[in-house]
Design a protein around this ligand. Structure first.
Ligand code: UD1
Length: 338
């Protein structure tokens, strides 16, 4: 039986491995520590039923280079000691890139990438750079959509490494269907991309626009955004919102399911919103989850607040997506292949 080492580092990574580990045997989990605050890490892992990781590199925050380099130098000796047959990485964060690069230079360890082939075609996004590099050095590429498969083929990646298995995040939603309860209708708002949070004028424009919407806004706040709002004293632009600490997974999914709309710059939330038929307005100029745009359940507004207001007050009907691969069996398929 193959010996597996699963790498995670950030909140969206935890969501992707939760269903997977229910099917895998003979694995260890390594947490890079890229996310470390309780509700971004330990508390969130617990809520998803993920056991305490076998390793935690505790790298914490830093510039892209610092974070990536620290993870690489701490991960390499563990990899050499553990000698797994396959290292599994998920998504597109710095932890994914750092560990993939290490594995690609150690003989006899294969690299498996889950959520492979997603492309926003926007190289200004650090995550897009991470995605492209990781895919080109992976041995098993697990894709969520046919579009992702096509993206990889167009980049010259060999067909026999590519496996269309479906979107693993949906496995969670199918599994927890019954525990995802109903709340009153509200607008859910999340924001954490540096392109939206790290420029005072942009952040002010976004907050003041959303604060002025005629709706009940619930704003679970990412630590980066919280710091920026405090640093620039922008609390006056959040007075009409319910600003709260990050939620656990199931609680957040219940809120998303029952929101009349979600305004976000997250990647994963676009997919989860599509599953719940919750209209999504995305504060980005591009998305790697292009299927959500084609199906009309998601719209990109960048940081154009006029466009945001227009979309918000003219919300389209969202409709059920009948995706055959949204059957809750993605992890099973991956397990069979590995
Ligand atoms: C990272 C991912 C992003 C993903 C996001 C999900 C990269 C390049 N980015 O962005 O793709 O959408 O995770 O949240 O890998 N902080 C804390 N506590 C924490 C984590 C972060 O206080 O537990 C603060 C720190 O000030 C830190 C900042 O948030 O500097 C950003 O954290 P970082 O891990 O660099 O990136 P994210 O913005 O979370």
């Amino acid at each position: 039986m193959n010996k597996l080492l699963i790498v995670v580092g950030t909140r969206p990574n935890f969501v992707k491995i939760a269903p997977l580990i229910k099917h895998l045997k003979n694995y260890k989990i390594l947490h890079t520590g890229q996310h470390y605050s309780n509700m971004m890490s330990k508390g969130f892992l617990k809520g998803l039923g993920i056991p305490e990781p076998d390793y935690n590199l505790n790298v914490g925050s830093g510039s892209h280079a610092e974070q990536t380099a620290s993870i690489m130098s701490l991960f390499e000796p563990i990899c050499l000691k553990e000698k797994p047959d396959i290292v599994i990485v998920v998504g597109d964060v710095n932890s994914t890139l750092a560990c993939s690069l290490v594995v690609s230079k150690i003989p006899n360890i294969k690299l498996a990438h889950i959520e492979s082939g997603e492309r926003s075609f926007d190289r200004t996004m650090p995550e897009e750079v991470n995605r492209v590099i990781v895919d080109h050095i992976s041995d098993y590429l697990f894709c969520s959509t046919e579009q992702a498969v096509n993206n990889l083929l167009l980049e010259g990646i060999s067909n026999n490494k590519i496996h269309l298995v479906g979107n693993i995040v949906i496995d969670n939603l199918v599994e927890h269907k019954k525990s995802i309860t109903t709340f009153k209708s509200h607008t859910l708002f999340t924001l954490h991309r540096p392109s939206n949070t790290d420029d005072k004028e942009t952040l002010t424009r976004i907050l003041s626009c959303i604060n002025g919407l005629n709706t009940n806004v619930l704003f679970p706040i990412h630590p980066r955004t919280k710091k920026k709002i405090e640093q620039w004293n922008l609390n006056r632009y959040t007075t009409n919102m319910d600003v709260v600490e990050p939620f656990g997974y199931l609680e957040f999914m219940s809120l998303l399911k029952n929101a009349k709309c979600v305004i976000t710059d997250s990647g994963g939330i676009q997919v989860e919103a599509a599953y719940f038929e919750t209209p999504c307005i995305t504060l980005r100029n591009s998305t790697e989850h292009t299927f959500t745009l084609r199906r009309g359940v998601n719209v990109l507004v960048g940081n154009d607040m006029k466009k945001l207001k227009y979309e918000f007050y003219n919300i389209r009907e969202s409709y059920r997506i009948n995706d055959l691969l949204w059957d809750g069996k993605v992890s099973k398929r991956i397990n069979n292949i590995l």
